[in-house]
Design a protein around this ligand. Structure first.
Ligand SMILES: [Zn+2]
Length: 242
C-alpha cells in the first residue's frame, strides 16, 4: 500500500530531521565555545593593558621622586651657604635662588601628586578587571564543561537516531526511498509534506483540486506541482513544518 509506504516515509523524515538538527547543533557548539573563549581573552587583554599602564606610571613616578629628592638636597645646600656669605647683594641673590628652587620643588610635588592620583585610579581599574577576569574564567570553565558534555551527548544521540533511520529505511520500497533521499537533499530536509486543505505545506501554494482528491485517496505516490515534494493526507490538524 502506497499510503503505508508514505507513513513510513513520514517516520523516516522525522528521524532524519532530528538527525539534521543534531548535526547542526553539533557544529554550532564548538563555535559557542570559541566565542566564550574570545570573551575571556578580551578581558585578559584589558587587564594586561591596565597592568602595563601601572608599570609605566610607576617608572615615571620613581623618576619624579628622584628628581624631587635632588631638588630638596639642592635647597639644603643653598641654605647652608647663607651664613657664609659676605655681602648683602650675595645674600639677596642666594635668597632669590632658594625661592626659585622652592617654586620648582612645589611644581614637582604637584606633578607627583597627579601621578599618585592616577596610580590610585589605575589600581582600582586593575582590581575591577582582575575580578572580571576571574569571573570570566569561571564562566568559561562552566561553559566548556557544559558544551563538552552536550557535544558527547549529541554525538551519542545522533548515533542512535542514525541507527533508527537505517532500520526504518530497510522496511521501505527502495525506489520510494531513493526518491525521498534525493528530495531531502534538494528540499533542505523536508521531502514529505501533508496537505493543509488545498495547500502544500512545503511551498504553501494552493494545489489543483484533482491532485488534492488523488492525494486524499492515498493509492499513488504524488508530488506537489510546484515544489515536487511528496504529498500526503492526514486527518490530524496540520502544523506548519520547515
Ligand atoms: Zn509544494
Amino acid at each position: 500500500m502506497v499510503s503505508e509506504q508514505i507513513q513510513l516515509l513520514v517516520q523516516i523524515q522525522k528521524v532524519d530531521r532530528e538527525l539534521l538538527q543534531q548535526k547542526e547543533e553539533e557544529k554550532r557548539l564548538p563555535e559557542r565555545l570559541k566565542v566564550a573563549q574570545q570573551t575571556l581573552q578580551t578581558l585578559e587583554d584589558e587587564l594586561a593593558k591596565s597592568q602595563a599602564a601601572i608599570t609605566e606610571l610607576d617608572k615615571k613616578k620613581k623618576k619624579e621622586e628622584l628628581e624631587l629628592k635632588v631638588q630638596e638636597d639642592h635647597i639644603v645646600q643653598l641654605r647652608e651657604k647663607l651664613p657664609r656669605l659676605k655681602t648683602n647683594d650675595e645674600y639677596k641673590a642666594l635668597l632669590k635662588e632658594i625661592e626659585t628652587a622652592k617654586t620648582k620643588k612645589r611644581s614637582q610635588e604637584d606633578g607627583l601628586l597627579v601621578f599618585m592620583e592616577e596610580e590610585e585610579r589605575l589600581k582600582k581599574d586593575v582590581d575591577l578587571k582582575k575580578s572580571l577576569v576571574s569571573e570570566g574564567q569561571r564562566t568559561f570553565a562552566t561553559q566548556k564543561q557544559e558544551l563538552e558534555t552536550a557535544i558527547s551527548q549529541i554525538a551519542a544521540s545522533a548515533r542512535l537516531v542514525e541507527e533508527k533511520s537505517s532500520l526504518l529505511s530497510e522496511t521501505i520500497d527502495k525506489e520510494i526511498l531513493e526518491k525521498y533521499k534525493n528530495l531531502l537533499t534538494v528540499c533542505k530536509g523536508l521531502a514529505v509534506v501533508p496537505l493543509a486543505g488545498h495547500t502544500c505545506t512545503g511551498c504553501h501554494f494552493s494545489l489543483p483540486p484533482q491532485l488534492v482528491a488523488e492525494v486524499k485517496k492515498g493509492d499513488k505516490l504524488l508530488t506537489c506541482t510546484y515544489c515536487h515534494r511528496i504529498l500526503y493526507h492526514t486527518v490530524q490538524p496540520v502544523t506548519q513544518q520547515g
